[in-house]
Ligand binder design. Structure first.
Ligand code: 13P
Length: 250
């Protein structure tokens, strides 16, 4: 089964509008001949600026989170309706920083996943184990639970708008990458979990990105693996000089 590659930049809580515009312009010009699927996901305050630059290009516009409700008394939250108004196409949900720093649980993440899909967005659902969970031999169990609970109630017809990102928490921002073999094994396992939920055909189709210290010098080895369909890039996504070589890995 050949699946397209999908390389996404999660800019996290970085950049001012001027810096975001500079990066977005560099990506648009340097990726215009890129062969894969691309995404830039800046902070909420930068979305309008970046939207104006990536509109009509091969770079999709992403957000890093959304509220679990469409509107109302939710101080500090941002709604899917507001994201849609800005032209956002994709929402990253369940990122490990949301799970572990802001204590989002699987039920809350699932609510956001369903709401985002209901409003027509593509969703990148992040899953991944902590170091102590890996060391305790629980990596697969953690990823299975997060995948199953994250997708609970998601209809098969919406699965073509779901991407899963496997981000082992111990590899995020640490410079430690999972070996391509270890990452591929978990990706294969997650694909099997999707197969149990939705059948083999859907499992073969779903894109599973790897995230965690992806850099220009390790991207190609990771992407060469059968079950790794792209990358969710943090630190290296903040500069065109490091994101573009990942996005154009050879
Ligand atoms: P790093 O690439 O900085 O390790 O971050 C990965 C990540 O969390 C992307 O969502």
């Amino acid at each position: 089964m050949s699946r397209p590659y999908y390389i996404a930049g999660n800019w996290k809580m970085h950049k001012t509008r001027a810096e975001a515009a500079e990066l977005a312009k560099a990506l648009v010009s340097q990726l215009k001949d890129g062969k894969h699927k691309y995404l830039a996901a800046p902070s909420f305050t930068l979305i309008e600026t970046v939207a104006a630059i990536v509109k009509g290009t091969n770079i999709r516009l992403g957000a890093q989170d959304c509220a679990p409700e469409t509107e109302g008394a939710h101080t500090g939250e941002v709604s899917v309706l507001q994201l849609k108004d800005l032209g956002v196409q994709t929402i990253i949900l369940g990122h490990s920083e949301r799970r572990h720093i802001y204590k989002e649980d699987d039920a809350l993440i699932n609510k956001k996943v369903k709401l985002a899909l209901q409003h027509g967005f593509e969703v990148i659902l992040c899953v991944g184990e902590l170091l102590e969970e890996r060391e305790a031999g629980k990596a697969e169990a953690v990823c299975e639970t997060q995948t199953v609970k994250g997708l609970e109630g998601v209809a098969a017809k919406d699965l073509d708008r779901v991407v899963i990102a496997y981000e082992p928490v111990w590899a995020i921002g640490t410079g430690k990458t999972a070996t391509p073999e270890d990452a591929d094994a978990i990706h294969a396992f997650i694909r099997k979990v999707v197969g149990k939920l939705y059948g083999q055909e859907e499992a073969d189709k779903i894109l599973i990105q790897y995230g965690g210290s992806v850099k220009p010098d390790n991207a190609a080895q990771l992407m060469a693996k059968e079950n790794i369909d792209g990358a969710l890039v943090g630190g290296a996504a903040l500069k065109a000089d490091s994101f573009v070589p990942i996005a154009k890995f050879a």
